[in-house]
Design a protein around this ligand. Structure first.
Ligand code: ATP
Length: 240
């Protein structure tokens, strides 16, 4: 199986503060990988560097002059769901129109049949079909989060990156979302990178993990997630 992401000898720092020290790892294509690590260990910094590589901007890392740094991300259509954000009470769009913003229809003011069908499919995948005409501002925190994910799905990504997507969800919706993204990832054979503080589902639903600690990254099969990586985070999980 070929790799979708290869990182070699990558260092990230803000000023004098080293966040990641000369890390290397590889992620196979079509893999569901969960990124775990305590607050501030560099999870978001890492995915921002991967995204910047794809969109052609300079990444946040420092070049390693002795051993050449490499970040290679094989993705034509990357979609990213950032940490939860509230767009405010006066946001005017319905959930369906908000999801349509994910489509790259350019200046064309109408949607074609394929695009309409992609929106309906994305609504179903996140269990929002019945609420499609609700204004996003009237949706609950969890419904909003699912709308953000649907907006990413409608882009039909080959790599989907999610930064703590279940943080605003109750336990039932969190697990439902894991299962739904896992099913989609397997059906469409895409790559998923999912930052999570909840490690309870990883062994059952993911393929692999990246564990960030002390500036290092340990990677492996999800089934082999070390207890130390899992136990560190359990107390941090907060469902609202
Ligand atoms: N632009 C920045 N300037 C300076 N320091 C930064 C910047 N962005 C992040 N940091 C610091 O880098 C460290 C890693 O941040 P990052 O957001 O990557 O961690 P994280 O593992 O995603 O944390 P969390 O689990 O809390 O979201 C933190 O100590 C953070 O304060």
């Amino acid at each position: 199986m070929s790799a979708q992401i290869v990182v070699k000898n990558f260092t990230a720092a803000f000023g004098d503060r080293l966040i990641l020290k000369d890390v290397s790892f590889k992620i196979d294509e079509h893999h569901f990988t969960v990124i775990v690590g305590e607050n501030g260990t560099g999870k978001t910094t890492l995915i921002k560097s991967l995204i910047q590589e794809v969109i052609g901007q300079k990444h946040l890392g420092h070049e390693n002059k002795k051993q050449k740094t490499m970040i290679d991300v094989n993705s034509q259509t990357l979609a990213y769901v950032p940490q939860f954000r509230d767009l405010g009470d006066d946001y005017p769009l319905t959930i369906r129109s908000f999801i349509a913003l994910g489509l790259k229809s350019g200046l064309r003011p109408w949607l074609n049949a394929h695009e309409k069908s992609a929106i309906e499919q994305a609504l179903k995948q996140v269990d929002l079909a019945d609420l499609a005409d609700l204004r996003l501002s009237d949706a609950s925190g969890g419904q909003k989060q699912r709308a953000y994910i649907a907006q990413a799905l409608v882009q039909e990504p080959d790599l989907l990156i999610l930064d703590e997507p279940t943080a605003a969800l109750d336990a039932n919706h969190a697990l439902a979302l894991v299962k739904s993204v896992r099913a989609l990832q397997q059906r469409r054979q895409i790559g998923v990178l999912w930052i999570s503080h909840d490690t309870s589902w990883i062994k059952e639903y993911a393929d692999g993990y990246l564990w960030l600690y002390d500036g290092q990254i340990q990677s492996g099969r999800a089934a082999d997630l070390p207890d130390a990586a899992a136990s560190q985070h359990r107390q941090e999980v907060k469902y609202v």
